[in-house]
Ligand binder design. Structure first.
Ligand code: SF4
Ligand code: SF4
Length: 123
C-alpha cells in the first residue's frame, strides 16, 4: 500500500509534502526539470514507507493513506501516482494524460477551490 496524491494538488503544487517526506518518494521536486510540466505531484508507490508525514503538511488535504481509502472520484489518479517516474518522459506523458482525463471528467470538482475540493470528494 502507499499514500496517494489526488486532485486538490492540481492548482496548488506547493511541494510542502516533498519537504517532509523522509524517503524522497514524492516527485517531481521543484529542482527537477519535470516540475513545470506536471499538473500535480505523485507518490512513488514502491518507495513510500507509509509514514504519514505528508498528510498534515498538505494545505489542501490532497493525500489519502492508501488506494483503498482514495475516494471513487479520485481512483484514476492512483494510476497516475503509480506511473510517474522522474527523468522518464514517457511516464510523465502517461501520468499527465491520466490527470488531464480526470480534469475533463470532473469539471464539477475542478470548479471548486483546491482548499475546498477534498470536502467534495466523498459526495
Ligand atoms: S507517507 Fe511518508 S513516505 Fe509516503 S509519501 Fe508521505 S511522507 Fe513520503
Ligand atoms: S503538499 Fe499537497 S498540494 Fe502541496 S504538492 Fe504536496 S500533495 Fe500537492
Amino acid at each position: 500500500m502507499a499514500f496517494v496524491i489526488t486532485d486538490p494538488c492540481i492548482g496548488t503544487k506547493d511541494s510542502a509534502c516533498v519537504d517532509v517526506c523522509p524517503v524522497d518518494c514524492i516527485h517531481p521536486r521543484k529542482d527537477e526539470p519535470e516540475f513545470a510540466q506536471t499538473s500535480m505531484l505523485f507518490i512513488h508507490p514502491d518507495e513510500c514507507i507509509d509514514c504519514g508525514a505528508c498528510v498534515p503538511a498538505c494545505p489542501v488535504a490532497a493525500i489519502y493513506d492508501s488506494p483503498d481509502s482514495t475516494p471513487a472520484s479520485q481512483k484514476a489518479l492512483i494510476e497516475a501516482n503509480s506511473a510517474f517516474r522522474a527523468g522518464d518522459a514517457g511516464t510523465l506523458a502517461q501520468a499527465e494524460a491520466i490527470v488531464k482525463a480526470h480534469v475533463s471528467a470532473h469539471a464539477d470538482l475542478m470548479g471548486i477551490a483546491p482548499a475546498e475540493r477534498a470536502a467534495a470528494h466523498a459526495k
